[in-house]
Design a protein around this ligand. Sequence first.
Ligand code: URA
Length: 237
Amino acid sequence: MAQIRLDKFISERTEYTRSQIKQLAAKGSVKVDGTAVKRADVKIDPETAAVSVCGTEISAQRYRYILLNKPEGYVCSTNDNDGESVMKLVPPEMRTKNMFPAGRLDKDSLGALLITDDGGLAHRMLAPKSHVPKIYIVKLDRPFQSNYVDLFKNGVALKDNERCLPAKVKSLENTENMAFIEICEGKYHQVKRMFAALGNKVVGLHRWRIGNVELDESLEEGEFRPLTQEEIDNLVK
Ligand code: URA
């Protein structure tokens, strides 16, 4: 594997800037294979070097991929300008500078949210032509109507006449006003707007699947887990 500079390796995988890394190295807080390295511009093999900063080991993985069970009340942005950001739920040692929520969930929506710093993968995953299905469970204000199935299959026209791609809906067994919906796009407030166009209202929205990545039942609200390599490889085919 080609060697890269130590400060580049650390800066790509943490929130430290290169100048912070330089200072930390000078103080002896950066170690490579257990030995303090005073200069941050030395070259290392990113695949084999064991790097730590202030005692915390830095994962060699170039990008991070996290599945968060988003609770209500958090906004999908990288800052707190419009409310508390979901990034607050990612502990500092897992964060990197370029991490962001890939695909939005509204402030009052819950469930599966991917957070990554792999802009390329996020872009491919969110592109409508990639057809990555997202599955939601919705609670409706009024009963689910059986004609919704065909209406969604034919592509719902939103109130502003924008037409959605065909989607699948199914009522949840033994309920009057709960349904599964599967869409491959990510228009602004799309699920809410689709039901609104049919004269209903989404009063609860929970995403439980993005492509092949399913929210584990054991993952409590606010908890997260890293994606498996298989999930990453299969997210965008
Ligand atoms: N569609 C919506 O309307 N809201 C969400 O949070 C996600 C999809």
